[in-house]
Design a protein around this ligand. Structure first.
Ligand code: DGP
Length: 115
């Protein structure tokens, strides 16, 4: 079993989060420390710690995250202008929370790919 993170508490509604979308497979909520006007995290409803632990059994949920990302981008009014999806992995990737998540960032022209 993967270790619990703060995101497990958000999934169980033990701590508050601004949830913008949820279904039986994924949950999306606004990042507590937004780096752009729209900054939403989309996570699977079970913990995969990092991309390194993704296996074939996760393919459907990972694909679903992209479907939901597109829906949320539309909902947020940023689909047409565009946005960025980011997944950080481990230390060099700058990962802080070890529950796989995709950052959905938009609402302004974004800067460089890599800082
Ligand atoms: P990463 O570096 O990719 O692991 O990003 C983790 C993100 O999670 C970071 O942008 C801040 C966000 N975050 C951390 N704790 C919380 C929390 O308790 N609530 C919310 N909404 N976001 C959080």
């Amino acid at each position: 079993m993967a270790e619990e993170t703060i995101f497990s508490k958000i999934l169980r509604k033990e701590i508050p989060a601004d949830i913008v979308y949820e279904d039986d497979r994924v949950t999306a909520f606004r990042d507590i420390n937004p780096k752009a006007p729209t900054h939403i995290l989309i996570i699977p409803n079970y913990n995969i710690p990092t991309v390194n632990e993704v296996t074939e059994k996760d393919e459907a949920v990972i694909g679903h995250i992209f479907v939901v990302a597109a829906k949320i981008a539309e909902q947020e009014g940023i689909a047409e202008k565009g946005y960025r999806l980011i997944v950080n992995c481990n230390e060099h990737g700058g990962q802080e929370v070890y529950h796989l998540h995709i950052h959905l960032l938009g609402g302004q022209r974004l800067g460089r790919m890599v800082v």
